[in-house]
Design a protein around this ligand. Structure first.
Ligand SMILES: CC(C)(CO)[C@@H](O)C(=O)[O-]
Length: 501
């Protein structure tokens, strides 16, 4: 067996510094801080799953903690990425305002995602030639930050689920809602062995760079963090996990009129957070709070949920509209017709959010999620990011699956559970998915084809590979496509024409 297979590939073996808690305990702790300081940290290593812009930014930031940065392991999902890393300087570069900062010291592993079709995982084990490969690791993971896009979380997490245990902590950094519930249902169905979860909302602007291990920090933002209550530690009928009145299999009851501005009128009182943080929860949270560039702040679960829902409302408007208009974020501003669409969408989004049972005990929810206030937030973000291409538009242009299922799709599903029909959002989901399919089909058409009678050495490429993709964020793949065929036919730039039609 490959000697590296047990523990991935380590940058250095001396990176396990002594526990943060070397001091001997003397008597009972006097205050909360002392209580937490007395908790032992067994493993400081932080694994980062997903090495896109967010993953690189987080790993770079963690390695930049001035004193005693934590050991960080990047989990790649493709062999090419591992090879590229091994052949590179083994540094992550963050470009801020044109200046590059290189950080070294990350270890790497390779875990192949388990593909899923129609919601079911496909067992690939029989297809594998070996159970061991360079970069494979079976070591336990105590702290994990999941930075993959929402639609890829299940397939990326599945091959490492055996390494996560009931005391591990997983931080989810995805756009949209519903990822955590999906992970509990599909990956960790048993609450007794389920790890702890933390959720983060990232507002940093990060752009792709030409180099694979470089990210551009285009806009400073914040990361709002919150530790979610674990089912092991709370009453599952408490408001944070309410019994849904219209959930499948449940006898439908009409929604009671609520008055959230008067807490307690029709909702249960929130459950007080009783469980103290585990050492891994506290360690990961504290470590992230120590990184100035992340701008991380901790919130209670109800506060975090409301921040998530505000961000969701913004994403529900800017992301699909920029896809349909195929334009930058600012394009939705100062346009009478687009404003009508925004208002119709927000009317549904606001109603669903204001009806969520988990918010019923919180004062001012009616005001905070009023459609007019949400519109002000959306317009503010669209204005502040007017020159940006939204993440969803970038996904569609590149032929990737969008996060629509976790954004407007989540509103539609929640609406169904609550008895609210969200026609406008349903239409948005399918317009964006339809557009995504159309663009992917166009990109697939970019596969070079042979046209007309050719002699043995001649070949023509459809020009669409180079031109149809221009300015659509996928020119890299189109060019690579064209280049690979050029190489395979041995035709160079000064050979016979390779592009026609
Ligand atoms: C806020 C936002 C729409 C700005 O581009 C961003 O969350 C995105 O691109 O998804």
């Amino acid at each position: 067996m490959d000697p590296q297979a047990k523990q991935g590939i380590r940058a250095s073996e001396q990176d396990e510094p002594p526990s943060l808690n070397d001091e001997e305990e003397s008597g009972p702790p006097k205050d909360t801080a002392e209580f937490y300081r007395a908790q032992p940290i067994f493993n400081r290593r932080i694994h980062v799953l997903g090495t896109g812009n967010v993953g690189k930014f987080v790993a770079h930031s963690l390695r930049g903690i001035p004193q005693d940065p934590p050991p960080v392991t990047l989990i790649f999902h493709r062999h090419e990425h591992l090879t590229a890393w091994e052949e590179s300087r083994k540094v992550i570069n963050l470009i801020t305002g044109g200046d590059s900062v290189y950080r070294e010291g990350c270890d790497v592993e390779l875990a192949f995602p388990n593909p899923r079709y129609h919601g079911k995982e496909i067992d690939q084990s029989e297809l594998r030639r070996s159970d061991s490969w360079p970069g494979k690791s079976d070591e336990p993971i105590d702290s994990l930050i999941v930075c993959t896009k929402a639609p890829n979380v299940l397939s990326a997490l599945s091959p490492i689920k055996h390494r996560l245990h009931s005391e591990s902590i997983i931080l989810f950094l995805q756009n949209g809602m519903g990822t955590v519930d999906e992970v509990s249902r599909e990956i960790f169905p048993d609450p007794a062995t389920r790890p702890y979860y933390m959720v983060g909302i990232n507002s940093h602007g990060l752009h792709r760079a030409a180099d694979q291990f470089t990210t551009v920090h285009a806009g400073f933002g914040l990361i709002s963090l919150g530790i979610l209550p674990h089912e092991r530690n709370r009453d599952p009928t408490a408001p944070y996990a309410p019994i849904l009145k219209f959930a499948p299999g449940r006898k439908a009851e009409p929604i009671e009129p609520k008055n959230p501005a008067t807490p307690g009128l029709s909702a249960q009182e929130p459950e007080p957070v009783a469980a103290p943080w585990t050492p891994n929860q506290r360690y990961l949270l504290r470590t992230l709070l120590r990184v100035p560039v992340l701008g991380a702040t901790g919130f209670s679960p109800p506060d975090l949920l409301q921040i998530q829902l505000e961000k969701l409302a913004v994403n529900c408007i800017i992301n699909p509209l920029t896809v349909l208009l195929d334009a930058r974020n600012g394009s939705i501003l100062y346009n009478y017709s687009i404003s009508r669409v925004i208002r119709l969408l927000l009317a549904e989004i606001s109603l669903v959010i204001r009806s969520l049972p988990e918010l019923q005990h919180i004062p001012n929810v009616e005001q905070r999620f009023d459609p007019g206030r949400l519109e002000t937030i959306v317009v503010g973000v669209a204005h502040a990011t007017k020159d940006n291409i939204s993440s969803m538009l970038a996904d569609v242009r590149a032929g990737r699956v969008t996060e629509m299922n976790y954004i407007n799709g989540w509103i539609v599903r929640k609406g169904e559970e609550l008895g609210i029909k969200c026609f406008m959002n349903y239409m948005m989901v399918h317009l964006v998915e339809g557009k995504g399919r159309m663009v992917s089909a166009e990109l697939r058409e970019g596969v070079p084809f042979v046209d007309g009678p050719l002699d043995a050495t001649e070949i023509r490429l459809k020009e669409v590979t180079a031109t149809a993709n221009e300015g659509k964020g996928n020119s890299e793949s189109a060019t690579a496509n064209a280049r690979s065929l050029e190489n395979s036919t041995g035709e160079g730039p000064d050979g016979k024409p390779v592009a026609s039609t």
